[in-house]
Design a protein around this ligand. Structure first.
Ligand code: GDP
Ligand code: MN
Length: 343
């Protein structure tokens, strides 16, 4: 009974702490992740760094969602690390399923023969579909204007000496990224054609200064470039827009989340590159970051923000997609420049 009373007191203290008003937020934003209970320790590493590098000064809330209930151990393990509010939620069944229109036999065949990471898994495909089409509609995110996506086991190498949400809002930026790379093409063989079909049906959805050129090669095929969405800071009005929503539904009906293994990274990236203007997409080259197995590190890492990464090892050094993004964006923003800057 004493242990139960102590636990109840601890829970009450925890609830009280969570409900305490923190410094008033200029922006309705949160740090958000879909995670599993088994990700607790990887996620604790991430939160520790986010708090030390940024959020202890801002106290933006965290939102975690899961396809099963979070355990008490998980909730405690997360709440221990922050003064900010933490919200935990589960998903509704529609957002985490194999849709009725998927041909089960064809899909079973695909899983058996797939030769790419996670090719045999239902859960990975449901995860990608959820992050593409449903996370931004989750009830816990309903009143949110911006989110910063986080994941277990990532690293933040530098102090953030400004608030990226404010930075984006002041400039009308809708999508922020920090690593761009090419996709395993075996996971997206028909994604581009399915996209072109959509764009042909909806030319009115394509932004005037869209970055689509960033994603196509000389033959007009998808070159695989995408923003790595394990880090992304997004104005959620973009994902809730009729353009994005219609695009997701078109992709979902085509079945490629299951017959192939379309990732939320190329889906978000293609949508951003078609429906947003170049000026609305920002490369956060100053945010030093690692997700297994790639890192990005600012070129002036030794002198700024207490960075603890090696610029020489930064992926951007050999990142063709990053250089191409900068060239295409520069050409769109300043069409008179003859030699677009590549840095
Ligand atoms: P990768 O980054 O592509 O290697 O994929 P991850 O394994 O890191 O998964 C991406 C994110 O989705 C991580 O935050 C995972 O915790 C989460 N995730 C992946 N699969 C599942 C799942 O089946 N259930 C839940 N709740 N989260 C998942
Ligand atoms: Mn990951």
């Amino acid at each position: 009974a004493a242990a139960a009373a102590a636990a109840a007191a601890a829970a009450a203290a925890e609830a009280e702490e969570a409900a305490q008003p923190t410094e008033s937020q200029a922006i309705n934003a949160a740090l958000v992740a879909l995670v599993r209970n088994s990700d607790l320790f990887g996620l604790r590493k991430t939160i520790r760094q986010i708090e030390d590098r940024f959020n202890a000064r801002h106290n933006y809330p965290y939102i975690f969602v899961n396809d099963v209930e979070f355990t008490e151990e998980f909730k405690r393990g997360v709440r221990d690390l922050t003064r900010a509010q933490v919200h935990f939620g589960t998903l509704d069944d529609d957002s985490w399923k194999i849709p009725e229109w998927i041909d089960q036999e064809r899909y079973a065949q695909v899983k058996q023969t797939a030769r790419y990471p996670h090719g045999e898994k239902d859960s990975y495909r449901k995860m990608c579909r959820f992050q593409s089409g449903y996370l931004h509609h989750h009830p816990l995110l309903r009143n949110l204007d911006y989110y910063w996506r986080i994941e277990p086991d990532v690293e933040y190498y530098c102090d953030m000496d400004y608030d990226p949400f404010v930075f984006m809002k002041e400039r009308g930026i809708k999508y922020g990224w920090n690593i761009a790379m090419t996709e395993f093409m075996a996971t997206v063989p028909t994604l581009w054609n399915t996209t072109v079909q959509f764009a042909t049906e909806h030319p009115e959805f394509i932004a005037h200064d869209s970055l689509w050129q960033w994603m196509v090669d000389e033959q007009g095929r998808y070159n695989g470039c995408h923003f790595w969405s394990n880090f992304e800071i997004v104005d959620l009005a973009f994902y809730r827009s009729k353009e994005y929503q219609a695009f997701f539904e078109h992709l979902d009906k085509a079945g490629g989340f299951f017959y192939e293994r379309w990732g939320d990274a190329p889906v978000h990236s293609i949508a951003a590159s078609l429906f947003l203007n170049a000026s609305q997409i920002h490369y956060f080259s100053d945010i030093g970051y690692f997700h297994p197995s790639v890192l990005t590190c600012p070129s002036d890492a030794r002198t700024r923000g207490s960075c603890v990464c090696d610029s020489q090892k930064s992926f951007v050094q050999n990142g063709l997609c990053t250089a191409r993004f900068l060239q295409v964006k520069q050409a769109l923003l300043d069409p008179n420049a003859t030699t677009p800057a590549a840095s």
